[in-house]
Ligand binder design. Structure first.
Ligand code: G6P
Length: 592
């Protein structure tokens, strides 16, 4: 049966994740809430903002801050959004470091992205074995923290690899309460999982089987999970029903819920002043053609081989020198972990070598790194890039691809690793590459840069339509439905934005300022139009006027109340139309 979450007597839906919608940081002797970055938050937010939902998250409590624990709870209440019910669970900093850094990221993250050896999971020493105890301990603390609140719980939604043992621990405390554990990263096959000690992999699988539903990104992940249950635990698995029957008769379902993006939220971001500022900054570093990448600086994203492939592209195609640039939007991540610091240095060394080699013939550094967490700036670059490179070693889904398809205006071409979850959905709309194949990636980059506009537009549209058909909200609703719950009052699904004829944008504008577009406003309008190479015209009363000629604009007789069509054709069509519309609107503001 399906019930609305807002019904009081249903109890609370409890979300449990390592990160909350905010990070709690101990700075200068006090707790501060900072908005957390990442896809997880945006996907869960519609649920988190409903009444009767609580979000438990882990917080690293540094020595000396314990006495201020009450202040942590007060900060969670006062500094986060009023409609979010966030419950921080403090863990001593050394326990947190073991649970989050040593085990979750340096072992599980690496193993599940097939990173074994250099820049990955390489061995387990005595230190790591002690860290495993703290991983278990951190999970116990989470389970106890929920119990301690004594809230009636309707269902648990557990997130990701930090919390593998948790569902089982919660079942001991809440035997009847429904739970779903969603894993955002790839699930390994049995042969890979066996690189963990027997006791660890058993805890991991038995922990997950404490849930009623194990959610994974793709059908391949579901198969891998079921195979591990069969081979590692010897459990009774039904591959056709995608279920595991436990010794006590309880049946656990394994289901794929591919993560997705929120088109409305992305569109709102695109309209923000932050993205506009990003466009202005990006304009200063772009070349005639631009390859971009947008990802956390992480060995799983395979940045080094991506840059090596770009170097090979320049070597094989001297005609591209001075015409193409690689803009790398790298987001700092897990910087206190040794393996991430080493990877950072190796990435920078590769970039330096390529820039050194080709700077002279290109006339500029062919690779430009923007090492910062600035989503708005990255969106601005995604709008107009020629090629988006996503060559991850492995990736649960990769939401950058979906966001790029939503914001792309030029449009560009996607060069995509076959080992990403998203590649399963869009095999015919991207140039697929094997992530370890440097030569193949270089060839794909060359092919992408040479591809015609019509083909590019058709591919982007296919991906974009796919995102509109299955959004972040669908991802969430499908999970709730699996537990017999529903989100209250879903808003109407936004229609996919129509894609105009490639490179052409038309807009209907009305002149609202008292003096009309004469003299000074006309000069400002023309000045802006002349900043772009695109063809820009005003269509009025069956006539066409060039927007770059002051005489033509004056002749169009754009008096107050008159309406005209702005037509822009060229690579920056969307951007130009947006800028000129804003200018026309700003003339009216000046009257006030
Ligand atoms: C991936 C994981 C998330 C994680 C995010 C950022 O998307 O699936 O659970 O939050 O990376 O990593 P961080 O370690 O900074 O939380």
């Amino acid at each position: 049966m399906t019930s609305s979450l807002s019904a009081q007597d249903d109890g609370t839906i409890v979300i449990i994740a390592n990160r909350g919608p905010h990070d709690f940081v101990w700075e200068d002797g006090r707790w501060i809430a900072k908005t957390a970055a990442g896809g997880l938050m945006t996907m869960i937010e519609p649920l988190a903002r409903q009444p009767d939902v609580a979000w438990f998250c882990c917080v690293s409590e540094p020595p000396g801050s314990e006495a201020e624990r009450d202040a942590l709870y007060t900060t969670a209440k006062d500094q986060t959004a009023p409609d979010l019910n966030v419950v921080p669970v403090p863990l001593p900093a050394d326990v947190y470091q073991d649970y989050y850094g040593e085990i979750s990221n340096e072992v599980l993250w690496m193993l599940q992205h097939n990173l074994v050896g250099q820049f990955g999971y390489s061995s387990l020493d005595e230190r790591r074995h002690r860290a495993w105890d703290n991983y278990l301990h951190a999970n116990e603390r989470m389970a106890d923290a929920v119990l301690a609140t004594e809230i009636p719980v309707r269902a648990f939604l557990i997130q990701d690899y930090h919390l593998y043992p948790l569902a089982e621990m919660l079942r001991q405390r809440y035997p009847e309460t429904a739970s779903l554990h969603f894993i955002h990263i790839p699930f390994p096959d049995p042969s890979v999982l066996k690189l963990l000690p027997k006791a660890w992999r058993e805890v991991m699988l038995r922990g997950l089987l404490g849930a009623d539903v194990v959610g994974l990104q793709t059908r391949a992940d579901v198969r891998s999970f079921l195979s591990c249950c069969a081979e590692v635990l010897g459990a009774e698995v039904d591959f056709s029903q995608r279920t595991v029957r436990l010794a006590n008769g309880r049946v656990v379902r394994a289901r794929a819920f591919p993560a997705s993006s929120d088109p409305a939220a992305i569109r709102a971001l695109q309209d923000s002043p932050e993205v506009q500022a990003g466009r202005d900054r990006i304009a200063a570093v772009t070349a005639e053609m631009n390859v971009i990448r947008v990802d956390r600086l992480d060995p799983s994203k395979n940045q080094i081989l991506g840059f090596t492939a770009f170097g090979r592209l320049l070597e094989a195609h001297p005609e591209l020198h001075g015409r193409v640039r690689f803009l790398a939007f790298l987001v700092p991540s897990r910087t206190d972990l040794t393996v991430y610091r080493q990877y950072h240095d190796a990435v920078y060394a590769e970039i330096a070598a390529i820039n050194e080699r080709f700077r002279g013939t290109c006339g500029f550094d062919p690779i430009e790194v923007l090492y910062t967490n600035d989503r708005a700036q990255a969106v601005a670059a995604m709008e107009l890039c020629d090629v988006l490179l996503v060559n991850s070693r492995q990736d649960g889904m990769n939401l950058v691809v979906k966001e790029w398809a939503l914001v792309s205006r030029k449009p560009g071409v996607l060069v995509l690793s076959e080992s990403t979850g998203v590649a399963d959905d869009i095999p015919d709309s991207a140039l697929l590459v094997c992530p370890l194949d440097v030569e193949g990636t270089a060839s794909a980059l060359a092919e992408a840069l040479a591809m015609g506009g019509e083909q590019r537009g058709a591919w982007v549209e296919q991906i974009r339509n796919g995102v509109h058909k299955w959004t972040a909200r669908d991802w969430l609703e499908a999970q709730l439905k699996e537990l017999g719950l529903a989100l209250a009052a879903p808003p109407a699904k936004p229609e996919p934005a129509p894609i105009a004829e490639p490179g052409v944008v038309e807009r209907e504008l009305t002149v609202r300022n008292r003096e009309g577009i004469h003299a000074r406003p006309a000069a400002a309008f023309v000045r802006c139009a002349r900043e772009f190479d695109d063809e820009i015209e005003l269509l009025k009363d069956g006539e066409r006027y060039s927007a770059k000629s002051i005489l033509a604009v004056l002749t169009a007789n754009l008096s107050c109340g008159s309406t005209f069509r702005l037509r822009v054709e060229g690579p920056n069509a969307d951007l130009v139309a947006q800028r000129l519309s804003e200018i026309v609107a700003s003339f009216a503001d000046e009257d006030r």
